[in-house]
Design a protein around this ligand. Structure first.
Ligand SMILES: [Cu+2]
Length: 211
């Protein structure tokens, strides 16, 4: 009788397994809890803008050029509803550098991964960002990127993680060639016979992205 009463209620291996499963289970729950869904709404339209003090017709998003920066952490899901407010052109947005694992339909390449979004219509991109880095997004239909349809896409490490190097400051710059001629004029020139070369850009545009 005494021997039976001294036996522990749960054997040691069971207790170890129980404690470990609580620790790891909690860890997995925590890591899931920190990944977020980042929602954006992009309304695309032509507008007057003076990127280098010379007024031009520029493709803007939500009335601004370049488009709003997208900022997310690794393992976040990015959701962007794109509304095409152009009168006569389709539009798509490509997320440059994003692997699109499991979401090839969200790659944003006209006539490859999707039909262009028709004027007055909308399309919602949804994809996971699984690699940290400084990326950008841009129009991928006709010459719309050259008209200014682009913006910054920055993927930071998961919250609480640190890069394995030291630095004093983070400065994000968005650089782009900029021509004063319209993309329509550039396109007709490039298609002409003899071809009319677009020449050197008038300026290298740069925009400082606030962190
Ligand atoms: Cu690209």
């Amino acid at each position: 009788m005494a021997k039976v009463a001294n036996q522990p209620l749960f054997p040691l291996p069971f207790l170890v397994f129980f404690v470990l499963s609580i620790i790891f289970g909690f860890g997995i729950t925590l890591s899931k809890a920190v990944s977020q869904t980042r929602y954006y709404k992009f309304e695309v339209d032509y507008m007057f803008w003076s990127p280098d003090c010379v007024e031009n017709i520029v493709l803007g998003i939500n009335g601004t050029f370049p488009g709003p920066p997208i900022r997310a952490n690794v393992n976040d899901t990015v959701v962007v509803e794109v509304i095409n407010n152009l009168s006569t052109e389709g539009v798509v947005i490509h997320w440059h550098g994003i692997l699109q694992r499991g979401t090839p339909w969200a790659d944003g390449t006209a006539s490859i991964s999707q039909c262009p979004i028709n004027p007055g219509e909308n399309f919602t991109y949804e994809f996971k960002v699984d690699k940290p880095g400084t990326y950008f997004y841009h129009g991928h239909f006709g010459m719309q990127r050259a008209a200014g349809l682009y913006g910054s896409l920055i993927v930071d490490l998961e919250e609480g993680k640190k890069e394995p190097f030291q630095y004093d400051e983070e400065i994000n710059l968005l650089l782009s060639d900029w021509w004063h001629t319209s993309i329509q004029e550039q396109e007709v020139g490039l298609k002409s016979n003899p071809m009319r070369w677009i020449g050197e850009p008038q300026v290298v545009n740069y925009v400082h992205i606030d962190n």
